[in-house]
Design a protein around this ligand. Sequence first.
Ligand code: BGC
Length: 363
Amino acid sequence: MKKFSIFFLALAVVMVAFTAGCQSTKVDIGIVLPTKDEPRWVQDEARFTAALADTDYSVEILFSQGSTATELSNVETLISKGITVLIICAQDGDAAGAAVEKAKAEGITVIAYDRLITNTEAVDYYVTFDSVAVGEAQGQYLVDHATGAGNPLYLYSGAATDNNAFLFFEGAWNVLQPKIADGTFVIKNSAEAVGLQANATLTRTQQSSIIGQITTNWDFNTALSLAQSNLTATTAADKGDVFILAPNDGTARAIADAFAADTDVTSYYVTGQDAEIASVQYIIDGKQSMTVFKDVRTLVADAIAMAVTVLEGGTPTTTGSYDNGSIDVPAKQTAVVVVDQANVRAALIDSGYYAETEFTFPA
Ligand code: BGC
């Protein structure tokens, strides 16, 4: 009998301790980011951590490491910790639907961060940069630096699982297509794009057929080997002074390295986006032509402001909406800034975004 009551007493102590433990791990805002393997998302994590340093709400950030399965289990972990708001940048826009539907079923408010989650009703809000404008800025940069006719053009895109890859390509096509149609540029690495070059606008299916040939999958190694095989498949006459649409900084550096190593390439212009530190150095060194600076501080501030509004029982303000294939998702959109050698210091260092000590400037 005595042994029995000691057992129950011990059990009660363990249960109290366990409950207290559970309460102390309660999280208000859960954040899921796609991968630590790209500087872009490590940057977002750092900016989130800085912005949340003095919030009263508890926050947990998890990375999906390029895996939809990990993304789902991250969301499940955060649901079990009692989150009220989920801020999620999807690994795969369609596949993430299953994860956010689980969150939604628990009454959690879902904010898609940077990448839209597609073909589901379980997205409440979307905070994003103007991704069509990103692609337009990339295309415009190439147009502004091309003279005469017949300039070789090499096209590369992001991952087909990322809705943004379509928006970036759409923006670039808006600007490049008239200059392909008038002979300023000649596409060298996509038969699908050549076949569609008379079309001022493309359907999603047409975009997919081109992206299928030019995708980097947002992966540096894929970008490098695709650029190398494009350069092997083309002749010296397809090279010389070349123009390259690269979708982001990581892939731009890989593609630039491939083109720089080809002796038939006399000069190249290559685009990028994200203002990653390594690409800012490439711009300073003349190895990458431009980047599209997306001030992550603004995106983070918008996402947190939305989350806090929800936690305090309010309704976030939005500035427009995005059709995700199922619903129009109310969205808050941020503008982007073009950076090249001419304004790199003003835009990224004088603005306080990066410390000067991160870079080596020519003496
Ligand atoms: C983001 C880019 C990023 C890319 C690869 C896109 O969805 O908008 O900033 O470079 O994914 O991670």
